[in-house]
Design a binder for this molecule. Sequence first.
Ligand code: ARG
Length: 479
Amino acid sequence: MNPSETPAAWSGRFSEPVDERVKRFTASIPFDWRLAPFDIQGSLAHAAMLHRVGILTDQDLADIRRGLGEILADFEAGRFQWNLDDEDIHFNIERALTKKVGDAGKRLHTGRSRNDQVATDVRLWLRDAIDRLQTLLRAARVSLVDLAEQHAETVMPGFTHLQAAQPVTFGHHLMAWQEMFARDADRLADCRRRVNRLPLGAAALAGTSYPIQREYVAELLGFDGVCENSLDAVSDRDFAIEFLAAGALIMTHLSRMSEELVLWMTPRFGFIDLADRFCTGSSIMPQKKNPDVPELLRGKTGRMNGHLIALLTLMKGQPLAYNKDNQEDKEPLFDAVDTLADALAIFADMMGSHVDAQTGARVFHVKVRAERMRQAAIEGYATATDLADYLVKKGLPFREAHEAVARAVRAAEIKGCDLADLSLEELRGFSALTGADVYEVLTLEGSLAARDHIGGTAPAQVRAAIVRVRGKLGGGLAG
Ligand code: ARG
């Protein structure tokens, strides 16, 4: 940043320069520089429209295009020198343009205000961010589906209240996570529809007296249409709020998954091991391998929720139309997208796989301890419900069956064995309806296979779900 003595663009009506501290307090350039490519994109479309309606000459348009092109190149090369005296990205670019091309630069702002300009920039920026996040969400889903396919038959205890409840397959569990991300992708797509509207033309708040063509600008910028009310166009940030709400849900989902990964990685569970590169050691305890990545994913959910609350609070007291409060929309939004992008990319990799160059074999980054999962399901009496269902099918009312099985579990617990280890005689002691065929339902595989309907955990159903999701995702295994 290089301080300049140039007076502010609006200084004409003021009798003294702005206080230095106020300048720092009100400037947004330290963060809104990120909008530069989108500000230029918006200005190019605005200029093309002004030319079309006869406000800019051929020469003006050519100058503006050349100047903005150079500024974009400077920005991309990290050469663009922004200046705090110029307050924000819009003034910084306008000043740079005018320095490069003279009067044409000064004509660009005809029929426009920074109010509709910034609203347009933020929408263009957010639309692009949503598209990037969709790609990352998709990658995370592909990782989960690929891993689920490997484990369509791997048995683990399903939990309620974090107590072993009924057997499920690990693939089924992973596909539950995938469902969450599928809805997240839907939410982003839905939010994008409302982001993708053009505020430009609203000018400061009331529209403009120039013969502008908003639909033309919208078309040039790939917007689905224009914001229909000028006051609303410059002032509302609900599109950003709903994006943050969708983002907070993505992080909430990642956080829940992370919590499970952390639990599963403790030696007590020992269900999985994360690849070393996603973990760190302890500075004092040599034996430790800490799941830092899932813990941080869980932790970063807090800042995302904070950003959502920040924007909701920012909006709630604002009268129409634009107020400077809205400048505060950017940092939460930028940080939210950075956080989401990092979180999704790292999660997709951590849960993902790659093809080993030497052997050509697919290597999954999560190591799954199928034996431990299976043992936990057995120790948790996960087939108790199956025994109750068995007795019901033999004619016992469900409440009585529940009672009989509860007593059987208690007996097994005292003996320190599984339900399937009780003899037929012992089992008949709890209900005389028990036959030798009972052992079929007491196995984990029997329990899984019995849940054979859409959404159930039977391996065949898990495979069918994988096929359906792959169809929607398009393409197969990750690269
Ligand atoms: N930097 C401002 C923002 O982010 C741009 C709009 C300023 N408009 C104004 N009337 N002060 O909101």
